[in-house]
Design a protein around this ligand. Sequence first.
Ligand SMILES: Nc1nc2c(ncn2[C@@H]2O[C@H](COP(=O)(O)OP(=O)(O)O)[C@@H](O)[C@H]2O)c(=O)[nH]1
Ligand SMILES: [Mg+2]
Length: 241
Amino acid sequence: MKKLSIVIPCYNESGSLPNLVQVCREACGVRKDVEFIFVDNGSSDRTQEIFNSLLAKPENAFAKLMYVPVNQGYGYGILQGLSLAEGEVLAWTHADLQTDPKDVIIAFDKFGANLALGKTMVKGERNGRSLFDVFFTASMSVISSFLLGSKLWDVNAQPKMFHRNFMAHLDVAPHDFSLDLYVLFKANQLGMKVQSFPVFFAKREFGEAKGGGSLKVKFKLIKRTFAYIFQLRNDIKQGLR
Ligand SMILES: Nc1nc2c(ncn2[C@@H]2O[C@H](COP(=O)(O)OP(=O)(O)O)[C@@H](O)[C@H]2O)c(=O)[nH]1
Ligand SMILES: [Mg+2]
């Protein structure tokens, strides 16, 4: 019986994969109640080939692979991975090793009893970032909280963790980077307790940041995030969310 499933969506992360798989294997240790689900989210680099060879090794039987042939967004990849999950508690985190996958297991051991009751969502809260990034996140948090009337803080911190019953609310979840925003909004709306815990956010060692790297990329992401927030506001008004 799996108690915890950890989904890790990977998009063109071939440089990170050997380290990622090793770090996850070490985090899992001998535990049989934890499973990792890596998602090759329609990558165009050597991700599929590298996963196939890594996961064929007997020591990596702690993990499964979900292959998404065509990229349909970050959120879509996570939702595909979650559809394979057997655990009672489900989580996701990132593939780029900026957040240690071990954090998910530490948080599960700390908050597992609350998570099992289905009324708690657990999220990381990033430490170790530049002053600019902290200021940027704080501004985004205040504005999104105001627009959605929902207490949102460090939305894109990883991991996210919740009871599998919460899946019932994910059929209308966005397929892009707004998935993290949506689950926190939904948890608040349902009156769940959103429990934060501190995670160290490292610099990216391999590959390129696609989410919030350069200013140009940040700007595109802000535009998409606000477009989603206004769509969500409309849906709420119409009683659709
Ligand atoms: N951009 C992008 N990232 C994805 C996708 N699917 C999974 N990811 C993963 O999402 C994570 C976050 O992206 P990243 O570029 O590190 O964002 P940042 O840390 O905010 O700069 C990485 O681990 C990616 O591999 C996708 O479709 N698009
Ligand atoms: Mg990252």
